[in-house]
Design a protein around this ligand. Structure first.
Ligand SMILES: Nc1ncnc2c1ncn2[C@@H]1O[C@H](COP(=O)(O)OP(=O)(O)O)[C@@H](O)[C@H]1O
Ligand SMILES: CC(=O)OP(=O)(O)O
Ligand SMILES: [Mg+2]
Length: 405
């Protein structure tokens, strides 16, 4: 079954084409730096253990343009992998916010699209892009079944004490205001890999997803018991453009002092804050260059970014009442040794000791970066949200077939 998976993040679109049940992709690609300078599409085609990659530097101002470029590259003679869009049987779409409506994957219908649209205000950097992406994909691949897989699903096991906010109960009952948590597909995938690696199904682990958006999860025996993002993907860690945890009064204060509308404050906190607010850049590679040039603000931003992670490690170790492993994943987590080093520095009290040399080695594989004496293992586990989505699509379709469709 040919399954094309579209994973659109806030700054990138990733795609992979699988011929399931084979878990090795036929091709994969990354549309990067969307809306920034030097945006590009990197398309990789695999045959056996050979890989052929092409990178096209293009002007990609938004996710809509990115999706159209993906459609072109898949069928482009020479670098494409299909002759006809009808060869795609299923398109699996990552959808960040599923609210309380979706705790499982769903076949996309007009009603499902309406629900995704209703959640725009709760995931302003994501759901609008997903919606457009789905609409374009439906036109590009009209014969395929389109399936949405939601970031929120993995976190549905959180106990109420972890997901409720201490605001009047009616806001929960009337508006479902609660923490949902995001990046669930990634936390789920790296959790499974880690438990298998540790050979310990009941392990207590902390998964740290550091991409453009960043989140952490406390996972006990494979079940999420807490996570750092909240009602929306704005909460928790410091991110590329998002502030993470903040005293809610800051919002009121800005509205009073500057006369800002709620919409303006929303844009400031989601798009102009985080590493961008502190350094002018969202991409950690750009910020590292500033640090190398002696830029104090960039250094402070890195320290703040890592300190926030460290505080969550401490609180999740307490929530779990034990810790077997800390797992770094996603763009920053997999590639940025400085962020990992700063986040794990001086955590020997918790039994976490990083091995500087192992931490600096670059590899696309699951690896251990703690010392052999470290009581808690520190791992880098490459995420694969696309494979997880393809797997969930197959499960959903075989389940619906068994139901007699
Ligand atoms: N070699 C690298 N060193 C440091 N950071 C990196 C490196 N490669 C990628 N990144 C970071 O990863 C981020 C993208 O991560 P990713 O998980 O793809 O994000 P998203 O899915 O949110 O778009 C980039 O913004 C950049 O900060
Ligand atoms: C939920 C979220 O922040 O996703 P991403 O990191 O892909 O932007
Ligand atoms: Mg991502």
């Amino acid at each position: 079954m040919n399954i094309l998976v579209i994973n659109s993040g806030s700054s990138s679109i990733k795609y992979q084409l699988f011929k399931m049940p084979c878990t090795a992709p036929i091709c994969s690609g990354l549309v990067e730096r969307i809306g920034l300078q030097n945006s590009s599409v990197t398309h990789k085609v695999y045959s056996g253990d050979k890989e052929r990659a092409v990178t096209l530097t293009l002007n990609i101002p938004d996710h809509e343009t990115g999706m159209i470029e993906i459609g072109k590259v898949l069928t482009e003679p020479g670098i494409g992998v299909i002759k006809n869009p009808e060869e795609i049987e299923v398109v699996g779409h990552r959808v960040v916010h599923g609210g309380e409506k979706f705790s499982q994957p769903a076949i996309i219908t007009a009603q499902v699209k309406e629900e995704i649209k209703k959640l725009f205000s709760l995931a302003p950097l994501h759901n609008p892009g997903h919606y457009k992406g789905i609409e374009i994909a439906e036109k590009l691949f009209p014969k395929a079944s389109h399936i949405a897989v939601f970031d929120t699903a993995f976190h549905q096991t959180m106990p109420e004490k972890a997901f409720r906010y201490a605001i009047p109960n009616s806001y929960y009952t009337d508006y479902h205001i609660r923490a949902y948590g995001f990046h669930g597909t990634s936390h789920k995938y790296v959790t499974a890999k880690t438990l298998k690696y540790l050979d310990k199904p009941d392990a207590k682990i902390i998964t740290i997803h550091l991409g453009n958006g960043c989140s952490m999860a406390a996972v006990d025996a494979g079940k999420c018991i807490d996570t750092s993002m909240g009602l929306t993907p704005l909460d928790g860690l410091i991110m590329g453009t998002r502030c993470g945890n903040i005293d809610a009064s800051v919002i009121l204060y800005l509205e009073q002092q500057e006369g800002y509308t709620a919409e303006r404050v929303n844009a400031i906190l989601n798009k102009e804050s985080g590493m961008t607010g502190l350094t002018g850049h969202a991409d950690m590679r750009d910020i590292q260059k500033l640090i190398a040039d002696g830029d104090e603000a960039a250094r402070l931003a890195y320290d703040m970014y890592a300190y926030r992670i460290k505080k969550f490690i401490g609180s999740y170790a307490a929530a779990l009442n034990g810790l077997d492993a800390v797992v770094f994943t996603a763009g920053v987590g997999e590639n940025d040794s400085l962020a990992r080093e700063l986040a794990c520095r001086n955590l020997d009290f918790f039994g976490i000791v990083l091995d500087g040399q192992k931490n600096n080695l670059r590899s696309p594989l699951l690896r251990e970066i703690s010392t052999t004496e470290s009581r808690v293992k520190v791992l880098v586990v490459p995420t694969n949200e696309e494979l997880e989505i393809a797997t969930q699509c197959v499960e959903l379709l075989s389940h619906s077939n068994k139901q007699g469709k």
